[in-house]
Design a protein around this ligand. Sequence first.
Ligand SMILES: Cc1ncc(COP(=O)(O)O)c(C=O)c1O
Length: 421
Amino acid sequence: MNSIEQAKKFDAQDSLASFRENFQHQSNEIYLDGNSLGKLPLQAKVDLQKAVDEQWGENLIRSWNDHWLELPERLGQKLATLFGVSSEELKVGESTSVNLYKLTHALLSSELFPKNLLTDSLNFPSDVYIMEGLAKQFKCNPPFVVSYKNDLKADLELLKREIKNQPGIICLSLVGFKSAYLYPMKSLNVFAEENNSIIIWDLSHAAGVVAIDLKKSKTKIALGCTYKFLNGGPGSPAFIYIQKKLIKDLYSPIQGWFGHQKPFDFSLPFIPANNINRFDAGTPHVLSLIGMEAGIDLCLKAGISDIQKKSQDQTTYLTKLIESKLVPMGFKIETPLNSQERGSHITIAHDESWRVCKALIQGINGGVKVIPDFRPPNYLRLGIAPIYTSFTDLFRSIERIEQIMTTKEYLNIDQEKPKVT
Ligand SMILES: Cc1ncc(COP(=O)(O)O)c(C=O)c1O
């Protein structure tokens, strides 16, 4: 287990290993931040270049009919396939934050569920801010934020108790951004339904790396971003899903022309589309959509079950390395040790995590650079994107952290933080 030869052996046995060649890599750099921003698929470069040169540069307005109008639908279809739903129920567009606003607004405006907002302390702050803002707008109580012993793992009994106490509209991140804790999606959906509640699932840290069947898991509403494990590119459009039978009762707060049943009839009054498109507002972000297709195609080609299986193998491998090499140096593993309870990053804590993170990114004397990220208070997140991360990458990264600790290299590094850590 503890040797580079063993890591290479695992790579040689890996059926997804060849997918790595589809991405751009930097020499002597190991990228462990695909949980924040995925790598660039080489095909995305080709697609974007072609779109700029030919579709925008030459074909101009004609490209709407020739290429662009069908784009959101095609990508929606591909993501619908990934999540096991119909393309009538899933669409791409805008950001996760905006989509959460629209969906929560739609639920609060309906009479489907009590107007109690609930989330938990593991959720991504933007999601909580949005619910807080909507509570003010709708003059209802601020969201109840269930707090656990720590911000690493949900206490499911406590969460269920609170849902029972105040049934309503719940928002949870399927994979928590700090520890990668993975919720039991189906059993919580069933529990919510039995208690007159609905869960809006934020799939941002799960999409492209956890096998999610939105139908089988009885999910009614979900959304998420595509720039992490789906490798869609910086700021690539997010997606939303609404179970078919709910769509007719939900309305977007932004009644824009792309949400109209027939936008190009230019007719008054507004008639909402009878499928998920009613949540569209304006002109789609064409270049961003073009940039995100290659990443989704690669995910579908590799197969989400195989990707998740490799993620579980690699996160297990990484935790074993950390236990044997870094725990004796004072690091603590904050991600669940059970592979069924985690997504695809391993979070380790240490008082010097930030300076270790900086040392990893800087590299030393032409040595390897490792790119992880840092989250307060002292978490170093090591992201694994099975579609391009190798076992050798993981072994060499741990070796490098060991080196930083034994040589105390981090002591020469200042504590200053850039905006994005
Ligand atoms: C779980 C989760 N939800 C929401 C967001 C916000 O996404 P966006 O900035 O694309 O709206 C993020 C961003 O990283 C996230 O990780």
